[in-house]
Design a protein around this ligand. Structure first.
Ligand SMILES: N[C@@H](CCC(=O)N[C@@H](CS)C(=O)NCC(=O)O)C(=O)O
Length: 219
């Protein structure tokens, strides 16, 4: 999906991201952008949510995961954001307010940073229903410097890895298919060729891995 070059806000790391990301309309509010498991399992209290996208980033299954969707011996693959001037990544932004802000940040620090190797980054989020009114949001991004980063691989190899891995939050295939389901719901304007190629590769390999009824039991 071609996008005009996005002005990318890359703020310095901030120990209190909410100071940089306050919602002008509600200083107590903070928006958190989810583009992977946060899309279907935020698991923190929030006051509002919007489907939409961020420009200047592409989603990639380039982060290893040895806890939620994999193990030390067989790391799974989960998503991160890659800076890409022509990129556009769809997801969900959640608004947290008042007490919810610290609760969400404490929870996500453990889930994303401590257990997942993600770091926080300020992004500009465009709500699907009002792209002319973008919002500042906090995103959790796994950079190449984090120890769990796996980097690029052919989509077929990524599919093979996903089919073989599971962790404390479930099978890696569930992670892939729930994200693919979300993208279907976003409509035809939401494209993710990387995700679609991995889903296609899984579809061609799944019958070789196990009969359909066993495959359905995986997720
Ligand atoms: N930060 C991305 C990716 C988050 C993600 O998938 N993180 C993993 C940590 S490795 C996770 O929370 N997994 C929980 C699960 O797989 O259910 C997002 O905003 O959704």
């Amino acid at each position: 999906m071609k996008q005009e070059s996005a002005a990318q806000n890359t703020p310095p790391a901030s120990p209190s991201p909410s100071l940089h990301l306050q919602d002008d309309s509600d200083p107590q509010a903070l928006w958190i952008f989810g583009y992977g498991s946060l899309v279907w399992r935020p698991d923190f209290a929030y006051s509002d949510s919007r489907v939409g996208f961020v420009r200047g980033y592409s989603r990639r299954f380039w982060q290893g995961d040895t806890f939620h969707r994999g193990s030390d011996k067989m790391p799974g693959r989960v998503v991160t954001l890659l800076e890409d001037h022509e990129g556009c990544t769809w997801g969900v932004a959640y608004q947290v307010r008042g007490e919810q802000v610290n609760e969400a940040l404490k929870y996500l620090n453990v889930r994303e940073a401590v257990l997942g190797g993600y770091d926080t980054k300020e992004v500009t989020f465009y709500p699907q229903d009002s792209p002319d009114q973008p919002l500042k949001a906090l995103a959790y991004v796994a950079t190449p410097q984090n120890p769990g980063y796996l980097g690029p691989a052919p989509e077929k190899a990524i599919a093979t890895q996903i089919l073989a891995c599971r962790g404390f939050s479930g099978h890696n295939l569930e992670y892939l298919l729930r994200l693919a389901d979300f993208m279907q719901l976003c409509g035809p304007q939401a494209q993710d060729e990387h995700l679609a190629a991995i889903v296609d590769a899984v579809g061609t390999m799944l019958p070789c891995f196990c009969p359909t009824e066993q495959a359905l039991a995986l997720v």
